[in-house]
Design a protein around this ligand. Structure first.
Ligand code: EPU
Length: 338
């Protein structure tokens, strides 16, 4: 295990922000992580764990240790008539794991095709798209407790999943490094095609009885048409979460803007599409210096080349303020700001 000094983080974040880490290390085994926890007293130092770096905005040099997770492996751990349990190591690319499931006809994660990032980061923010979330298939996971170096099991319930939330973003923040995730996938699939765009894509292709692969292909096509490829244009997917507002506030909004996009989340709350709010404020496709809001999806902020993290943050705050001034609604970042 080599500890590098003053390493550029540009290749390790999908926004492509060029800042340095004071120290940088790649870890490939539990033992290497345990050495950092036990002999290097990680819990007493400043550190940042990075998987694919796809949900991260770096605003300045990082004056601590960046730990890049390179734990690899996919294994079937259990099987019964209806289900199969697949253990994916934290450093596996999320999409490679999804393709493994799709190619073997194991259902449950096909709607989450082509999401950037690594398996270990997926439970942190309960990744979700097109009507599915990781909480629907994550059976349990193992994480290394930083204070002790011990491997600890978290059941699905113990992960406390919510909309882009988990225990690892709240009370367990900076206390664990996710090591592996065990998914319970379905051998007799119940496919989820309820999301409008999936249905439309399948209809266009005249597919009435879709396979797991058909759904995955539809999701890949939709994502490619809407979301910029971080390898071509720096971005971190949705920059903000979709805000939840009371039905009263939503009804009021609908009176003024009948076309507003919202989905009920409980009997008295509605989730509003932040992309719609941002577009209404005139940001969609707007270029501000080296940054901007993407032309196909206003919720995605992009780096057109040499943006600093601070420039992207300034744009985000200007967008947040204008949405608040126009609608009285607070939108909050989904990405981790460091
Ligand atoms: N919309 C606009 N203008 C825009 C963007 C969206 O009016 O510029 C409207 C659309 O017309 C649509 C609605 O907003 O009616 C929702 O748009 P979309 O289906 O693109 O989904 P989203 O709510 O903006 C969420 C996730 C995405 C995920 C999609 C698809 C969040 C914060 N984002 O976006 O996740 O891919 O649903 O399920 O929940 C991510 O988290 O990085 C991400 C890309």
């Amino acid at each position: 295990m080599i500890i590098y000094q003053n390493k550029s983080l540009k290749p390790y974040n999908t926004f492509g922000i060029d800042v340095n880490a004071a120290q940088f290390v790649e870890v490939k085994t539990a033992e290497e992580i345990q050495v950092l926890c036990r002999s290097f007293s990680l819990s007493e130092r400043k550190f940042l764990v990075v998987g694919g770096g796809s949900n991260l905005l770096l605003t300045s040099n990082f004056e601590g240790m960046v730990i890049k997770i390179e734990l690899k492996g996919l294994d079937i751990t259990k099987e019964d008539e209806n289900h199969i349990w697949v253990k994916a190591m934290a450093g596996e690319a999320w999409h490679d794991f999804v393709m493994f499931a799709v190619d073997h006809n194991y259902a449950g994660v096909e709607n989450l095709s082509l999401i950037p990032g690594c398996v270990g980061a997926a439970p942190m923010q309960n990744i979700g798209a097109y009507g599915a979330e990781i909480k629907d298939t994550c059976d349990h996971l193992f994480a290394i407790e930083i204070a002790t170096g011990n491997l600890v099991k978290f059941t699905n319930a113990e992960c406390k999943f919510g909309y882009r939330e988990s225990i690892f973003k709240n009370e367990a923040k900076n206390k664990y490094i996710i090591y592996s995730v065990v998914f319970k996938l379905n051998k007799n699939p119940r496919l989820n095609t309820s999301y409008g765009a999936i249905k439309q894509t399948l209809d266009t292709k005249r597919i009435s009885a879709p396979s797991i692969k058909d759904i995955s292909n539809a999701v890949i096509e939709i994502r490619k048409s809407k979301l910029p490829n971080p390898k071509e244009l720096g971005n971190a997917g949705s920059f903000f979460k979709n805000p939840e507002i009371s039905n009263e506030v939503f009804d009021d909004l609908k009176l003024k803007h009948p076309e507003v996009v919202g989905y009920p989340t409980s009997t008295n709350m509605t989730k509003v599409a932040a992309g719609w709010l941002i577009e209404q404020c005139g940001w969609k496709g707007k270029v501000v210096g080296n940054t901007g809001s993407h032309k196909n999806q206003a919720l995605v902020l992009v780096n057109y080349g040499n943006a600093t993290g601070q420039e992207i943050w300034d744009l985000a705050m200007a967008i947040k303020e204008s949405v608040y001034l126009k609608f009285g609604i607070h939108i909050n970042p989904e990405v981790n700001i460091v």
